[in-house]
Design a protein. Structure first.
Lengths: 113, 888
């Protein structure tokens, strides 16, 4: 149970970092991007996005700045820091190997007993 | 979070960004961020054709648990911002400090003087007030020390002796008090003695013993280091158990834990050691050394009074406690059909500190030194601020705000104060060590003094305050001066600095005044001590030795037995080489004994009944006066020394006081106590002698009666110059009785010198503080003059160019210094005239208005002031007009 939660949280962090690696954006933008990329398959509980963002900011993986949104509203924009970029690369490799492995497992025919 | 809040929220958000400058607004930021998300989502749903209500519901579903997430965000953000603010502050402070250190480092001379001034001021104060703290404020290391008082008795009819009369209550009275006085949480009697410790362990030696009740150790808050403490059953079993001190355990028993159960032979009785007490355990007797052996107190030996100390219940006044004790005493005495002769008297422990008066004087003096040091630092800072006006103006012109500049100056003050504080701690601890090392043997209580943190904090606080205050004053004065003006080349203007120089001038005048007062006080004390050392003692103490032996009860219980022992000792001492005279006396100088009662001359009315006073007396043999070198004024020495003869000799002071020019010979007098007293006939008058110590008044009436050996006799021997009887006397004692402890042999000349050790010590300390004050004041004066010369270099250059002689320039500088010095000295002398009334009691044979001391003070200070003028004056006269005018 616990490990699955951690797994999901780690996923969320990774997705946030990945999103921000394209361009700085606000929390809503990140939510939209995740929604778009996963074709609404992976619906995050949007409220939990913010604690995750704030934690990443605290860790120094992302930095925030207040700016004006496309609809001329004051919004908090996040961007990836150098540390965040390094973390993303590292996590990206791990994640790729992991999902590759999962994929292989799923593809393998069950051994006959 | 409905839409009608949105415009307000936005406006608020705008100014909130400015608010952030003063502090993080975590909550508002988190709300803004979440609100933005909700609004965007609602907008998106509505763009897809949803009605607003549905859109909001869908948004809420999608967001999930908003409250929890909001709270989590808030926690994280607040934590982060707090950490950031702290980091920023520390960083900014670090920058300021390192900048200040660099700036101060550029002016090494100035900085050294400032730090030294602070270190000496703070150090001296820390040392002295640490002593004050441990001796006067916390004289006893017991819990709830503020409620502890010594309990004594004094005569019911009042005390006309002019000195403190402290009578120790008899055991029955103490027992009654302990049983029924409710004003006290505890009443603890104790007794101390020096007792002969016999082999087998180590050599025979005199040790300090203390007898206490089992409740005494809980009273002091001490516990046994090893073993156990006394219990009530120890008393029932006859009390032959003992506790030894940690230091004795270590020195005599090598710290062996098997000491428990071993036996001690004290004064011929055996005691079993049951425990070891830590060396912090002390009797309340401040002037005694550390106790070596603790014994159970026998409360049933009615022969001797008991020293008593008590802890009052919270809120009980001395008066209330005294009256309760008195009613208990009265009840007891009446039940035993006794007269009530004494009433109880409570004394706070600090009043028992012998050095108290000197300490108060010294703390006053050292506080003045701190004031002078602070004044010095103040005008050092002012002078520096003034001379940096251009630097500050340039920085202001380059965009540094006033707040920034003030912060910089404050940081410099802070750095200075910290360095001064570190130096002060060093000076303080060295100073305290020196004071303790130099202390006279009589002031054992000084050894308990430790460097005190509170004191250090207070002193440092004061120094810091001065630094900050004058740092700010300097900064503000500089700021007031317009940037433009300061930047103009060659600031010749002196108008702006007139206010400053007036402030600095008055600082220096007060420094000089304070030093002048201290100098007068110190010269008075020096004169007094010199007088004590050089005056005629009325007898010749050189080559005199006093010998006494602690005789145990066993075998020496009667006066006759003791008399016989001393007579035998005297005859053996006569045989020692170099010994010229041997005599027996009840007291060997410097000591003092009294008869209780009032003096009455025959033919004059008896003193009112119940009057209690003391009459100094000594019991001596007929050859005493010649041997001591005391002048016989008239009459003869005793011709009959038996008790029946009733002969008495008096000193000149008594004869002058009672007979006023008439001859005292043949008159009869008596000492009356409770209406009783034997008449005695005056057979001779002798010169006044300082036999009770050099700080006593030799003019006080003194009676000599024939030696009877009643009270603790002593042998006085006079030896030829260059011989020393101590070793021979030590050899004689064991041949007379091998159970006796080594004799107590005092070199009377040395002891007489010791009798003025406390005044001499006080004088020494005061003189050092005065020298410190003098140096600081001189540095202050030098600073002001040097600054004035530096400011006026150009003006001086012009004057010289216009034909002013260098002599005249020099004279102007010196005059400026002299005016400051003389005003300070005059104020100081006036202050001293007022302040010396506090040291009146400490002056011996020197009136406090002694013109010589005032003259010495004034001249010394003026001389120092003139010395301080020399360097600035030479700098002024050596000004090269060409360079001076070209400069700036």
């Amino acid at each position: 149970m616990d490990s699955s939660v951690d797994f999901l949280k780690g996923t969320l962090d990774l997705m946030i970092l990945k999103t921000l690696s394209w361009a700085p954006t606000h929390g809503y933008g990140i939510a939209r991007w995740i929604e778009h990329c996963t074709n609404d398959v992976l619906q995050v509980e949007e409220g939990s996005l913010y604690p995750a963002l704030h934690k990443l900011e605290e860790k120094g993986l992302i930095a925030a700045e207040w700016g004006i949104s496309e609809h001329n509203r004051r919004a908090k924009f996040y961007r990836l820091t150098t540390l965040g970029k390094k973390q993303l690369t590292a996590a990206h490799d791990t994640w790729a190997r992991f999902s590759d492995a999962v994929f292989k497992v799923l593809r393998t025919a069950p051994a006959s007993r | 979070m409905s839409d009608e809040y949105a415009p307000q929220a936005r406006r608020a958000a705008t100014w909130r960004r400015y608010l952030r400058f003063w502090g993080p607004r975590a909550e508002a930021d988190v709300d803004d961020e979440l609100r933005f998300h909700i609004e965007m989502r609602v907008r998106d749903y509505m763009a897809r054709g949803m009605a607003e209500t549905q859109a909001r519901e869908a948004t809420a579903r999608r967001i999930g648990d908003l409250a929890t997430n909001r709270a989590e965000c808030l926690t994280i953000t607040t934590r982060r911002e707090r950490r950031m603010t702290r980091a920023q502050l520390i960083d900014a402070f670090g920058q300021d400090v390192s900048f200040a250190v660099r700036t101060l480092g550029r002016q090494k001379g100035w900085t050294t003087v400032a730090i030294l001034t602070l270190a000496l001021g703070i150090g001296a104060n820390t040392a002295v007030f640490s002593v004050v703290n441990s001796l006067l404020l916390h004289p006893l290391p017991y819990p709830h020390a503020d409620r502890i008082a010594f309990v004594y008795q004094e005569p019911t009819q009042g005390n006309k002796t002019g000195m403190m009369v402290a009578i120790t209550p008899r055991p029955a009275v103490v027992r009654a008090w302990r049983e029924s006085a409710h004003s006290f949480e505890a009443i603890e009697p104790y007794r101390s003695a020096s007792t002969m410790l016999a082999p087998p362990r180590g050599e025979a030696a005199l040790v300090l013993t203390a007898s206490i009740l089992p409740s005494f150790l809980p009273f002091t808050g001490e516990h046994a280091l090893i073993g156990r403490v006394f219990t009530e059953s120890d008393l029932k079993d006859g009390g032959h158990v003992a506790l030894v001190s940690e230091s004795m355990w270590r020195s005599r028993y090598g710290g062996d834990r098997n000491v428990i159960g071993q036996t001690l032979a004290l004064d011929g009785s055996l005691y079993t050691i049951i425990g070891v007490l830590p060396s912090t355990t002390r009797l309340p007797a401040l002037f005694l050394g550390a106790t070596d052996v603790w014994l159970p107190l026998d409360m049933h030996n009615e022969g001797v009074g008991l020293s008593t100390i008590g802890r009052l219940r919270p809120g009980v006044t001395y008066a209330a406690a005294e009256s309760e004790l008195d009613s208990v005493t009265t009840r007891l005495e009446q039940s035993e059909k006794n007269q009530v002769l004494f009433r109880s008297k409570l004394l706070p422990p600090r009043q028992m500190v012998g050095f108290a008066q000197s300490l108060i004087l010294l703390s006053g003096a050292v506080a003045l030194v701190l004031l002078i040091a602070c004044a010095n630092v103040a005008h050092l800072l002012l002078a520096r601020a003034a001379s940096r006006q251009r630097e500050l103006a340039i920085r202001a012109a380059l965009g540094a705000g006033t707040a920034r500049l003030v912060r910089q100056l404050l940081t410099e003050s802070f750095v200075l104060a910290s360095a001064g504080c570190a130096g002060g701690l060093l000076v303080g601890s060295l100073g305290l060590k020196t004071v303790i090392a130099l202390r006279p043997g009589t002031l054992t209580e000084l050894d308990t003094a430790r460097l005190d943190g509170t004191t250090l904090l207070v002193t440092v606080g004061l120094a810091l305050l001065t630094g900050l205050l004058f740092g700010v004053v300097g900064a503000i004065q500089s700021a007031r001066h317009s940037t433009h003006e300061a930047l103009k080349a060659g600031t010749l203007t002196t108008s702006h600095s007139r206010r400053q120089s007036r402030l600095r001038g008055s600082l220096v005048v007060s420094e000089i005044a304070l030093s002048a007062s201290l100098l007068v006080g110190a010269s008075l004390l020096v004169r007094s001590v010199v007088r004590l050392q050089t005056m005629d003692a009325g007898f010749d103490p050189r080559g005199l030795y006093g010998i006494s032996v602690m005789l145990p009860e066993k075998g020496y219980a009667t006066p006759a037995a003791r008399h016989a022992f001393y007579a035998e000792l005297a005859s053996r001492a006569r045989a020692i080489g170099g010994v010229e005279t041997v005599m027996m006396a009840e007291g060997a100088p410097p000591s003092r004994s009294f008869l209780v009662g009032a003096l009455q001359l025959e033919g004059e009315p008896a003193p009112p009944a119940g009057t209690t006073s003391f009459v100094d007396y000594n019991g001596v043999q007929p050859n005493y006066f010649r041997a001591m070198g005391i002048r016989l004024v008239e009459g003869t020495t005793f011709s009959d020394t038996t008790e029946k003869s009733s002969q008495v000799m008096v000193n000149e002071g008594l004869a002058r006081k009672y007979f006023r020019g008439r001859s005292a010979l043949g008159h009869r007098l008596r000492v009356v106590f409770n209406g009783k007293g034997e008449w005695m006939t005056i057979v001779g008058v002798v010169g006044n002698a300082f036999t009770s110590g050099l700080t006593m008044d030799a003019n006080d009436p003194l009676l000599y009666v024939p030696f009877q050996g009643r009270w603790g006799p002593a042998l006085i021997v006079r030896v030829k110059p260059g011989t020393n009887p101590i070793a021979s006397v030590r050899k004689i004692i064991p041949t007379m009785d091998r159970h006796l402890p080594p004799p107590n042999v005092t070199n009377i000349g040395e002891a007489m010198r010791q009798s003025i050790a406390t005044p001499r010590f006080t004088m020494l300390l005061l003189a050092s503080f005065t020298i410190l004050a003098l140096v600081l004041a001189a540095v202050g004066l030098y600073g002001v003059l040097a600054y004035a010369v530096a400011q006026r270099t150009r003006e001086i250059g012009i004057r010289i160019a216009l034909g002013a002689t260098r002599r005249r320039i020099g004279r102007a500088i010196v005059t400026q210094g002299a005016v400051l010095a003389i005003s300070g000295i005059l104020i100081g002398l006036a202050g001293a005239f007022w302040a010396t009334k506090f040291i009146d009691k400490m002056l011996y044979g020197v009136p406090r208005s002694d013109p010589y001391s005032y003259a010495v003070g004034a001249l010394l200070l003026f001389g120092t002031a003139m010395l301080a003028c020399v360097v600035p004056m030479r700098r002024a006269v050596s000004v090269d007009p060409l360079i001076a005018m070209r400069a700036e």
